[in-house]
Design a protein around this ligand. Structure first.
Ligand code: ACO
Length: 325
């Protein structure tokens, strides 16, 4: 096993809370429909906050909680599909905001699988001689990618950020146990958002860019309930672990029904699947680290626990990582 230590976890969400009843005043929907179909009751929506401001707040908390200096950080990585700009990257903005002068910074985009893909990338870099300390954050302001007149997507998403401070430690308390990452680019058109660009004089007049989420919800649902258990089983097999040896299944919070279905397929009781989608909605790359931080803060996750993270989403992508905390 590859040794590492999560020195700290942290999360930050916007102050403004929008509940289902408030959405029902804006579009043809209801608290009943949203609750029954998704499990979402409210979400936090950015007003002044941006992806970089939420991520910077998380990074500052990580430094404070771990007692690590900004100048000791070697790598800053942000998983996001909703950056402030295409350039500079959110991670470079954090590096500047922190004064983390020794850190290299880069963003990674694997939509809702972003945090697991980021762990994979950060791990590979941590295993090299340097860097030794990395900040990995999943951060999103999906509210700016939503068409607020489209009830089929607007009710689903929320804003927030969560992250970890990782250290490559030879005599460490934790380890990466196994992983399974897969990309299905041929299915990517089922979930698109944030098409960017400006019309140029060389384009045909019909060239249009669609910034908003467009999702074939049923197709993505089917993808999730099939591919996530497959990915989890492959990661378990690789580690010769049984599902009941996992202490916490920290799954991407996209839809309560999806998580219930995955639990049923794996034959694992729902108590092992913590859920906070009611409070935040789907926050894409931020959903797993926000949940991880809550579980650590409330003492549910203890040192030595075996934690399985699994996400799915745009790409389409799926990713599972098992680690000893
Ligand atoms: N309020 C009220 N009615 C609605 C709403 C709404 N907000 N949205 C849709 N409906 C209606 C539809 O129009 C439809 O009406 P009809 O039967 O008259 O045609 C009916 O409700 C059922 O719609 P479905 O789309 O079939 O509902 P479904 O049970 O599939 O739930 C949902 C939709 C929640 C989107 C589900 O398909 C889902 O969770 N899919 C997966 C989405 C997902 O996980 N995405 C994650 C990717 S995240 C990422 O990578 C960023």
């Amino acid at each position: 096993f590859e040794n590492f230590k999560i020195l700290a976890t942290a999360s930050q969400v916007p102050k403004k809370v929008v509940n289902n009843d408030e959405l029902a005043t804006m579009m043809d929907t209801s608290d009943k429909w949203i609750t029954q179909r998704t499990g979402i009751k409210r979400r936090h929506i950015a007003v002044e906050e941006t992806t970089s401001s939420l991520c910077t707040a998380v990074a500052k908390q990580l430094l404070k909680k771990s007692g690590v200096l900004a100048t000791e950080i070697d790598l800053i990585m942000v998983a996001t599909m909703s950056p402030d700009y295409l350039t500079p990257s959110v991670s470079a903005m954090i590096q500047g905001n922190l004064g983390a002068t020794n850190a290299v910074a880069m963003d990674i985009d694997a939509a809702c699988s972003g945090f697991v893909y980021g762990l994979k990338a950060a791990k590979q870099l941590l295993m090299a001689e340097t860097p030794k300390k990395a900040i990995l954050i999943g951060g999103e302001t999906l509210s700016k990618l939503v068409d607020w007149h489209d009830r089929s997507t607007a009710v689903l998403f929320g804003d927030g950020a969560g992250g970890v401070l990782l250290e490559n430690a030879s005599k460490s308390a934790g380890s990466f146990i196994s992983e399974n990452l897969k990309t299905f680019g041929e299915l990517g058109h089922h979930l698109t958002a944030g098409q960017t660009g400006v019309p140029t004089p060389f384009m045909t007049q019909s060239a249009k860019f669609s910034p908003f989420f467009q999702m074939n919800g049923r197709r993505v649902y089917r993808f999730a309930v099939n591919k996530v258990p497959e990915s989890i089983n492959q990661a378990l097999n690789q580690a010769s672990l049984k599902a009941d040896e996992i202490d916490h299944f920290v799954l991407h919070q996209a839809n309560r029904r999806i998580i219930e279905k995955i639990a049923e397929t794996l034959g694992v009781p729902m108590e092992k699947f913590p859920i906070n989608i009611d409070e935040y909605g789907n926050t894409a790359a931020a959903s797993e680290p926000i949940l991880l931080d809550e579980l650590v803060r409330t003492g549910s996750i203890q040192r030595g626990d075996v934690v399985l993270l699994s996400g799915f989403g745009g790409g389409l992508t799926v990713g599972t990582m098992i680690l000893k905390f």
